[in-house]
Design a protein around this ligand. Structure first.
Ligand code: ATP
Ligand code: MG
Length: 348
């Protein structure tokens, strides 16, 4: 084994194939990535979740040899990314946020050229291109110039290009952003199919549903730092197990509702302005429900809804980061300033 290649063992005894250790990247004064450590074991899907500007793309670009870190170490397949970038490139496929395909070629030509870059024979490059076009439902558009493709078709051909070399490690930067729901689900199925074949996947996303669906483990990145890590269930657990939601009949009662919820377990409620309702994490669902019912009655607040549920990953994200994912698309839910810090107080 070369001095730069080290096999490491990770969680559950699996072989660690993607590693970032105390990785930092500054752009001038901006600490885009501020001391991040992650490990991904072979065959795992690891989701990197975070709002716009969290540092996802910066981290992914460092792992993919495209950007040198300011400090820290990245290893892929045990190979130090800075010591042997070519060795790393032979192991990974990368589908980035900005498409790497050529607009002035057809989809098929793009894939065949990537195949030739991998030094495949012409017939083999052609075979793989056809196979990928079929899998990604792009056969109808295969012989059209990419510049005529829709956004979703571009995403798919870009993903396709990352697959030509049959990489054992796939790094996907927001693979389904901007796709319609049906195409998104198709892509999820496709990624799951690849994982079934043994591919390790690191993917970034702003869609909590996507992380929930695909990832074995997640890290939530915010302002360059990992603020939570675990399985989606573990993250939900961190928020306190359950969420109590109350909606007043009269919108003028919303502030009083927030006050009641805030007093239950001393966690900060959040408000959904559009639905005129507030929610708060609670530890004991029955006790919280009974206590809230009594308080609402004492204060004469009529409710149109009162319910306890498991938190969605969206709520987890909101509690951890203090702001919603997909903020630009949906900023109707505003968190209140936290009364106490959330269960993970490792920020700043
Ligand atoms: N080349 C660069 N030069 C200067 N600043 C940069 C550069 N690349 C990224 N940044 C800054 O680093 C921070 C993290 O950006 P990054 O693109 O990694 O975020 P992201 O999580 O991928 O966001 P998005 O969800 O919008 O893609 C941002 O503040 C961004 O402006
Ligand atoms: Mg990005």
């Amino acid at each position: 084994m070369s001095p730069s290649a080290q096999a490491t063992t990770g969680r559950n005894g699996g072989e660690v194939v993607i590693e970032a250790i105390d990785v930092v990247r500054h752009f001038g004064d901006v600490k885009a990535v501020d001391g991040v450590t992650i490990t991904v074991t072979r065959g795992e899907v690891f989701g990197l979740l975070g709002p716009n500007g969290a540092g996802k793309t910066t981290l992914v670009r460092m792992l993919a040899t495209l950007l040198p870190p300011t400090a820290g170490v990245c290893r892929i397949g045990g190979i130090d990314v800075q010591q042997d970038p070519m060795g790393v490139r032979a192991l990974i496929g990368l589908a980035g946020q900005s498409a790497a395909v050529d607009d002035l070629l057809t989809g098929r030509e793009n894939l065949e050229i990537v195949g030739r870059l991998y030094q495949l024979s012409k017939p083999e490059a052609r075979r793989r291109a056809q196979d990928i076009l079929e899998r990604l439902s792009l056969t109808d558009a295969a012989d059209r110039l990419v510049k005529t493709y829709s956004g979703g078709m571009r995403r798919r051909i870009d993903l396709g290009a990352s697959l030509v070399g049959r990489p054992e490690i796939l790094i996907l930067d927001e693979p389904t952003t901007g796709l319609d729901p049906r195409t998104r689900i198709e892509l999820w199925e496709f990624i799951q199919h690849l994982v079934g074949g043994g591919t390790t996947v690191l993917l970034t996303t702003q869609y909590l549903e996507e992380a929930d669906e695909l990832a074995d483990r997640l890290a939530v990145l915010d302002q360059g730092k990992i603020i939570a890590e675990g399985t989606s269930d573990e993250l939900k657990e961190q928020v306190g197990g359950d969420v109590l939601m109350a909606a007043p009949v009269n919108p003028a009662d919303l502030p009083a509702v927030i006050e009641v919820l805030g007093g239950l377990d001393h966690a900060a409620p959040w408000v959904d302005e559009r639905r005129q309702q507030a929610s708060v994490p609670v530890n004991d669902r029955i006790a919280a429900l009974l206590a809230a019912g009594e308080l609402f009655e004492q204060r004469n607040i009529a409710l149109r809804d009162l319910a306890v549920s498991r938190p969605s990953l969206d709520q987890v994200f909101l509690t951890l980061t203090g702001h919603m994912a997909e903020e630009q698309a949906d900023d109707e839910t505003t968190p209140l300033p936290p009364a106490g810090q959330s269960s993970n107080g490792s920020r700043s």
